[in-house]
Design a protein around this ligand. Structure first.
Ligand code: FES
Length: 100
């Protein structure tokens, strides 16, 4: 696992785009739970940093509104699309991600 950011840098219901080992990773804080995923929508590549986060937990793409489950990456609207999600671990205030 590699360090991605400090938890304090990702506000509740907020997002933070970081670069980890040259890869863009989108971090999301939903009520203290941290999720990590790719920033590029698997549909047509829209940046998901502008997406809407809701309980579920889901992230909706700002372009066509496809919703993705932040735990599994599954698209709730069109199952042929899958968002790449990364395992997250918290160590104190450090957010670590597994890039695989
Ligand atoms: S580009 Fe994301 S839903 Fe179409």
């Amino acid at each position: 696992m590699v360090f991605a950011a400090k938890k304090a840098d990702v506000p509740n219901f907020g997002k933070k785009l970081v670069s980890v080992n040259g890869q863009e990773i989108l971090l999301i804080n939903l009520k203290g739970e941290i999720y990590a995923c790719e920033n590029e929508c698997p549909h047509q590549g829209s940046p998901l940093v502008a997406g809407v986060v809701k309980d579920g937990p889901t992230l909706s793409c700002p372009r066509h509104g496809y919703k993705f489950n932040l735990k599994t990456g599954a698209c709730l609207d069109f199952p042929e699309y899958t968002l790449k999600v990364y395992p997250v671990r918290l160590e104190g205030d450090d957010i670590l991600v597994e890039l695989g």
